[in-house]
Design a protein around this ligand. Structure first.
Ligand SMILES: [Zn+2]
Ligand SMILES: [Zn+2]
Length: 118
């Protein structure tokens, strides 16, 4: 009995020694940095209103930025993948800008065009 118990403990401690995060955070599909739980938003790649069901996780700040830049029609037609979003010059600029901010950074939305919808 005791022997089995020691074995288990050893197994547990070597498991903890692995480079492994117990509470791994989701990674933002836009800026590819970890997202604190309090700032995690699900974004519909194709807007829900256009029948989209696939979501990715984004920082609240990144999510706001996407909706500040694009209408739902634009998202549905041209930006329904993280790759397409990140290829847009304004988004690329935002990603560069946010890169050296803390992962829990939640700036006021920077709008380059007025859209009035999130
Ligand atoms: Zn992000
Ligand atoms: Zn969204």
């Amino acid at each position: 009995m005791a022997k089995g118990r020691i074995k288990r403990l050893q197994a547990a401690s070597s498991w903890q020694g692995q480079p492994f995060k117990a509470d791994a955070l989701e990674v933002c599909a836009l800026c590819e940095r970890e997202i604190p739980h309090s700032l995690k938003d699900a974004h519909h790649l194709t807007p829900k209103s256009r029948g989209g069901v696939v979501t990715v996780f984004l920082h609240r700040a990144c999510h706001k930025q996407v909706h500040a830049l694009f209408t739902e029609t634009e998202l549905a037609r041209h930006y329904a993948t993280p790759e397409a979003l990140r290829a847009h010059p304004e988004v690329a600029r935002f990603i560069q800008w946010v890169q050296d901010k803390p992962i829990d950074f939640n700036p006021p939305t920077r709008r380059s065009r007025s859209k009035g919808q999130l």
